[in-house]
Write a protein that binds this ligand. Structure first.
Ligand code: HEC
Length: 267
């Protein structure tokens, strides 16, 4: 029995392994914990300010250089596309990037220990999921989960999908006993289309408790999204029907985008 169970686990791991463990197209299916953007090393940035102070490296992280230059040059998985298709793919991805945004709606000031809501609204992202984290800085290497700035997440975040309905299914996979009051979530059910210019949007409402210490406390959102699954040119479909992005699971078609940092006054 034990042996059979192990065999089954092995077969499952072999089946799921490449898609779930190798990287995160499909989002962080298994990792359900507070996250900081350093984990998304494969992702590209929209501009160099997300790595301010990193010198030349900051420029190398920008999508035009880290991702779209490979698309246009026909490197790796992009070699299968004609030059005209590669240009179309690059333009479709640029349009998705231009449409993808993250906004934080929070009060300007709160009382010490007060419980209040922070809404994070996101637009765009290829899907099938996008990710949102509350952090203390708009920097890929230095941002920390929001608890480092004294804010506590006191309830499971309320996730609303692109259809306006609750989208808690990812969050509810985490054992309740472990606590679902996370500062990072996946939003399922996203399907933007960069061929037709149709952009999904979704929202996460976090319930926070303010720190006991008065003064300004920082708060920002990090937005994690993919680009290539928004267009037929951006992926192939494998034998089991999964979409495989042209850039590969270790490619650079993911993005990390930050909202501006808010300084909330704790009184
Ligand atoms: C090995 C490379 C790699 C690492 C490391 C990585 N990602 Fe990604 N991620 C990708 C790629 C590639 C995509 C884009 C898929 C696309 O273009 O459609 C992506 C997309 C995503 C998406 C959107 C889902 C999707 O399929 O488009 C989320 C959310 C995400 N990543 C979160 C994270 C987080 C959080 C971390 C750190 C725990 C992380 N990623 C680390 C490669 C990576």
């Amino acid at each position: 029995m034990k042996f059979r169970a192990r065999l089954l686990t092995g077969a499952l791991a072999a089946l799921l392994g490449p898609a779930t463990a190798g990287a995160y197209p499909g989002g962080t299916g298994s990792y359900q914990t507070d996250a900081a953007p350093f984990c998304a090393g494969c992702h590209s940035s929209r501009d160099a300010s997300a790595l301010v102070g990193a010198g030349e490296r900051a420029e190398k992280e920008v999508a035009e250089r880290k991702h779209l230059s490979l698309v246009l040059a026909g490197k790796k998985g992009y070699a299968a596309l004609s030059e005209a298709d590669r240009k179309t793919l690059a333009d479709q991805i640029r349009a998705l990037d231009a449409a993808s945004a993250v906004e934080v709606i929070a009060p300007a000031s709160v009382k010490r220990g007060q419980t209040f809501e922070v809404a994070v609204k996101v637009t765009g992202g290829a899907g099938p999921v996008v990710g949102v984290a509350l952090v203390d800085l708009d920097h890929r290497w230095y941002a920390r989960p929001i608890s480092s700035a004294g804010w506590s997440v006191v309830m499971p975040p309320k996730i609303t999908g692109s259809d306006g309905q609750p989208a808690q299914q990812w969050l509810e996979k985490r054992p309740e006993a472990a606590g679902r009051n996370l500062s990072y979530v996946n939003i399922p059910g996203i399907a933007s289309n960069s061929q037709t210019g149709q952009w999904d949007s979704a929202q996460v409402v976090f319930t926070l408790r303010a720190p006991e210490q008065a003064g300004p406390h920082p708060l920002a959102a990090a937005y994690f999204y993919g680009t290539e699954k928004s267009t037929l040119l951006g992926y192939t479909t494998n034998a089991v029907g999964w979409k495989e992005v042209r850039g590969g699971t270790s490619g650079h078609s993911g993005r990390v985008l930050f909202s501006p940092v808010r300084q909330i006054q704790v009184q």
